[in-house]
Design a protein around this ligand. Structure first.
Ligand SMILES: Cc1cc2nc3c(=O)[nH]c(=O)nc-3n(C[C@H](O)[C@H](O)[C@H](O)COP(=O)(O)OP(=O)(O)OC[C@H]3O[C@@H](n4cnc5c(N)ncnc54)[C@H](O)[C@@H]3O)c2cc1C
Ligand code: SF4
Length: 492
């Protein structure tokens, strides 16, 4: 049989079709369409099957990429799925939202030789979406039930990846979350145009049907104590993410109309789920008919600007204090945002907020008497000397500031951990100077015996794929511990 691979010389890189901007900004559906079977096989066949695959070593999960690309090229999709899901709990999610240009695809050898990277993420998504369509993805069915139980605090990708592996091994798993549905930022952060909610929901259903117990609307530290959770389970995993928004100190930063990115995106996601969202209906967290300014240059800011466009904002501007080349957000997302009508105002920072009183409220149909934002005082910046990290430091250009009119300002300046030892009345839970939980980098166990921590609460704001890796590694460590315990009992 002829070699189906190494077609990169003759077959050009083709990504899945992207919906046109006017079409896609009318809804929150994903912007990329699915590959057809032939196109997925064709694109997979471009892989050069390197002996040392750099894509694999730069994937945090060390996915067996060349092998599942080859199986896809050969039309052996069932096997490709079986292989893909052995290393990744949520391949269809990573295929959609990993920053592939910085991970697997960015290190593809044929990209280095100028032929354009294999579309690894799109093929990964295609394989598992097909598996769902074909009914190959079934609820977890452990071959034995174990007596041990694990309590997981936080139903984001870190907690869910651990839950999945533990449950497959027959462990009794309970996941507690303060939100009303599982998924963490997959449900209530990342917008539908990057990750449709049904993709997350079908995973949630698969886990619940496989015996993972979800206790939602349950905030540890408020509805139940951390001590109670520890007493109830043989091991506990803390997977609470980072939710304390970084703030601006400028005058007017707490005026009506100046909102936090996480509140804004959560309200939008809830609306998309079909929930009642009073803050959205009142206009407080709805950009419709407004001049919107988003402050920040990361992926959260990108999600906010693109959400505002879809809500019907009259204009959307993004202020970022460095230039395009130095922004932390993905260039792919900037391009998508620009196509959709977002204006980036590089080298600018907020220097304060202009507010007006009830007059403005009346105009916008709002009822608050509080000061309401009507503009952002914008400072112009230039890039100066490099700091200790090698990045050029932004400096204010004196006397160049101006006012940008705005009815809604979204602060997307990043997130920090909440103070869990205080909130949970557990000073022994050790944290780093950044407030993240200190945990062993391999087992993920904290200084408290039987308490583990994974995902953003350990790493700081990071990526879904890293949270999945942590969750999987942590589950393995817990299973080793349980196995060692059983062996010890058997030996007695
Ligand atoms: C707007 C936005 C866009 C992003 N886009 C991307 C992207 O495109 N690609 C990517 O890879 N990453 C992206 N990320 C980052 C990614 O979402 C996170 O790195 C990832 O979700 C972290 O997973 P986690 O499980 O650690 O935490 P989370 O997903 O944050 O989940 C934590 C869960 O813990 C719950 N919780 C917190 N405290 C308590 C408590 N006391 N009691 C009970 N439950 C609690 C929360 O309700 C939440 O459900 C984005 C992040 C944001 C904010
Ligand atoms: S999990 Fe992410 S980094 Fe790994 S192969 Fe998939 S898209 Fe690439």
């Amino acid at each position: 049989m002829a070699n189906p691979m190494l077609k990169f010389v003759n077959v050009p890189r083709i990504t899945p079709e992207k919906r046109d901007a006017p079409d896609r900004t009318d809804d929150f559906g994903e912007i990329y369409r699915e590959f057809a079977a032939e196109r997925a096989a064709e694109q997979a066949s471009r892989c050069s099957q390197c002996g040392v695959p750099y894509c694999q070593s730069h994937c945090p999960l060390h996915n067996d990429i060349p092998d599942w690309l080859r199986l896809t090229a050969e039309g052996r999709l069932r096997e490709a799925y079986d292989l893909s899901q052995m290393t990744n709990t949520f391949p269809e999610i990573c295929g959609r939202i990993c920053p592939q240009d910085r991970l697997c695809e960015g290190n593809c050898v044929i990209e280095q030789s100028g032929h354009g990277t294999v579309t690894i993420g799109a093929v990964e998504k295609y394989i598992t979406d097909t598996a769902f369509d074909e009914g190959w993805v079934q609820p977890i069915a452990p071959s034995v039930e174990r007596a041990e139980s694990v309590g997981i605090i936080g139903a984001g990708p870190g907690g869910l990846a651990a839950a999945d592996m533990l449950r497959r091994a027959g462990v009794q798993v309970t996941v507690y979350d303060r939100y009303d549905r599982p998924g963490g930022l997959l449900s209530y952060g990342i917008p539908g145009f990057k990750l449709e909610k049904e993709v997350v929901e079908r995973r949630n259903r698969q886990m619940a049907e496989g015996g993972v117990e979800f206790v939602t609307n349950c905030e540890v530290g408020r509805d139940v104590t951390f001590a109670d959770i520890r007493a109830k389970h043989d091991a506990v995993i803390v997977a609470t993410g980072v939710y304390k928004s970084r703030e601006l100190g400028e005058e007017g930063a707490d005026a009506d109309g100046v909102v936090k990115a996480i509140d804004y995106l959560t309200a939008s996601s809830k609306k998309y789920f079909g929930d009642d969202v009073p803050e959205f209906e009142s206009g407080e967290l709805n950009a419709e008919g407004k001049r919107v300014v988003v402050i920040g240059g990361g992926d959260t800011a990108m999600d906010c600007v693109r959400t505002a466009i879809r809500q019907g904002a009259t204009s959307v501007k993004c202020l970022y204090r460095r230039d395009r080349a130095n922004m932390p957000g993905s260039q792919r997302e900037v391009m998508n945002a620009e196509e959709e009508g977002v204006e980036f105002v590089w080298l600018t920072a907020p220097g304060g907020f202009v507010t007006e009183q009830a007059v403005r409220n009346a105009e916008l149909g709002q009822v608050s008497d509080a000061a309401t934002v009507s503009g952002v005082r914008v400072l112009k910046m230039r890039l100066g000397e490099a700091d200790a990290t090698g990045r050029q430091r932004p400096e204010v250009i004196e006397g160049a500031d101006y006012v940008e009119d705005a009815d809604l300002v979204v602060k997307a300046l990043g997130f920090e951990p909440e103070e869990l030892p205080t909130l949970w009345d557990c000073p022994e839970l050790e944290v780093t100077r950044w407030g993240t939980i200190r945990a062993d980098f391999r087992t993920h166990e904290t200084g408290l015996e039987g308490v583990y921590a994974v995902g953003d609460i350990v790493r700081g704001a990071s990526l879904v794929v890293w949270a999945i890796r942590d969750g999987r590694e942590c589950a393995e460590a817990i299973l080793e511990r349980f196995a060692a315990g059983s062996a010890a009992v058997a030996a007695e």
